[in-house]
Design a binder for this molecule. Sequence first.
Ligand code: T1G
Length: 703
Amino acid sequence: MDTPVQSAASKVNDVVSVEKLGNVALVALNNPPVNAASQALRQGIHQAVSDLQKDPGIKAIGLFGEGRTFIAGADIREFGKPPQDPWLPDLCNFLENSETPIVCIIHGTALGGGLEVALSCHARIAVPSAKVGLPEVTLGILPGAGGTQRAPRLAGVAASLDMITSGKPVSAQKALESGLVDAVEEGAPRDLALKAAQALADGTLSHRKTGELETAADQQAIEAYRKKLQKTQPLLFSPHKCVDAIAASTLPLVEGLKKERSLFQDCMESPQRAGLIHAFLAERAVSKIPEAKETPRQIAKIGVIGGGTMGSGIATACLLAGFDVTLTERDQGGLDRGLATIAKNLEGAVKRGKLAADKRDQILSSNLSSAVELGALSEADLIIEAVFEEMDVKRSIFTELDKVAKPGAVLASNTSYLDINEIAAVTSRPQDVIGLHFFSPAHVMRLLEVVVADKTAPDAVATGFALAKKLKKVAVRAGVCDGFIGNRILSFYKKAADYMMMDGASPEEVDNAITDFGFAMGPYQVYDLAGLDISWATNKRRAATRPAEERYIPILDRICEQGWFGRKTGKGFYIYDETGARPNPDALKIIDEERAKAGITPRKFTAEEIVNRFMTAMISEAIRVLEDGIALRPIDIDAVYLFGYGFPRFRGGPMHTADQIGAAELVKRIEAFAEEDSYYWQVPALLRQMAETGGTFAEKNNG
Ligand code: T1G
């Protein structure tokens, strides 16, 4: 092969450049970090290809991405803003209609609009490690640049339904098998682009316009999916629209694209779209903390104190992430139970296909050790205490840790409510003490609250965040207060639920309203799952300091007095047996008795009323958490609730929901509720100010 005549790469704009090599040209995309299809990228590609089309010497074009990936999708940050030319759908049509054939090289992740650009090219080659997908549904939308029309033409209706309604990416190999890509080849993207473009020009690589193919109708698959999604995603908007769009792919391309556009527009206008994109951004925003520039301390060996559910779960999470873990307990019995729980957790990971059986064996034999004394933790780089919630016990453990831990080791407490400053004060090294608040089950739940005490060193905070990253968790920075971000808010709105229960709503009515709103569980299902005895103990702990003005609902205490602690005893607010869960008639009797004792005539609460009170309570305490500086930004609170408390992702979190409701309406609601209970229902100063002078929580995320 002759060496092609080469022209120096010329820039089309800041993010796109063109290189001519003999009778082919390469279009390189360079829009870090993920080559998002921003206006500049779209404009650059359009300009480059239209210029090349006019060059009679250019017979084929190779399109590829520089950096870590091909186009990872439309630029999410442009959503909701007025669209700027060229539109991605127009760009895709323009590329497909190009008489100069275009081959694209996929590396990294070709997602959403990125894959749609690829599907509009005339041939596609992926490197073996590449992944391709149409994740739009996870953002509350559908592929809006021809993805729902072109994917079925190449891969068929059934495979497209799987991919588009799940949003899950597939491997290059799978994409090859389904027909989404034409070949899988190893190589650097530019080299592959050059080779493939030359093959196109030579006629040795076949090419075609996807839009000219026909989709084979598959009404059966469409109907099966409609039924399935009605069952599995009844609250979500966009998955159903995805099916409608794919069903239209048997129409001529122009008509199918029109249908896709109108369904896409419906999704764009849905509040679920805004909520889901907010959730996507929240997951990433929380890592932007003042300590982000600090170098985290090196962590290889982790000590976990306490082999209960939390300690074993934390140890499991650390083992799965590749750390060496030493578990300690007070006695051999406790240790054996903890080790058995870890083994069971790992076995679960094997069953779910997350861990190979031989890797599990290796973890158990080489990475996990145990002891009944804290002295065994002298080598640990990070020690996480996860014993029961008793300040005296925690203080004595940290006093001893101060003696045995090596200098510079991070000393963490997994406490859910207790004061980290008080714990740190018993050590000679408060700069190394931090809260790492995991959520149960700790090897599954994604949230980690990193609680920063008054004297915690910035690099210890950075270490907490680095650990979360290794554990694939979402870390949120929290300040010290009773309950930090999540549990402080929870303690508050649980009371709103209890007040409704006392005044006439049954636990089941409250739970149904809250799960219909989209929460994974209602408050009484959560109480029963977590163990009523835990809340009972908290009630007792707080009894002495409970303000006289606070309305106190003793129902949970009465239920606990019967020895009913929820799921673990088979009875709580609900009864649990082989047939599932049903309301506990004896608990309902207790509720009636307590109402009678207090002279309350029960009244009806509609589902809407229940949700309004519940959400207004949650939001008002969330605002106080913000006012107190416990959370850095509103979006941190949203992340806590999305990743730790089963908040419906499509609603974006409590603060996002507050913006949807509006400050003025929230103030109005609180003032109306305050007529019954002016101690509990108080308008936070920040909310009142926003109601009077305007502004949103979203704006405060950037401040
Ligand atoms: N737009 C803008 N910014 C994006 C982005 C995007 N599509 N994707 C990622 N980022 C930012 C992200 O916020 C972060 O920023 C940085 O890039 C690194 O991301 C018409 C309408 C590509 C697999 O849904 O799944 O196309 O925090 O930390 O773990 O039909 O990002 O550093 O400031 O996640 O290596 C469809 C979403 C759009 C892809 C890389 N595309 N992105 O993961 O890094 S809708 C998506 C991802 C669409 C069309 C429709 C992942 C990734 P910062 P990261 P990563």
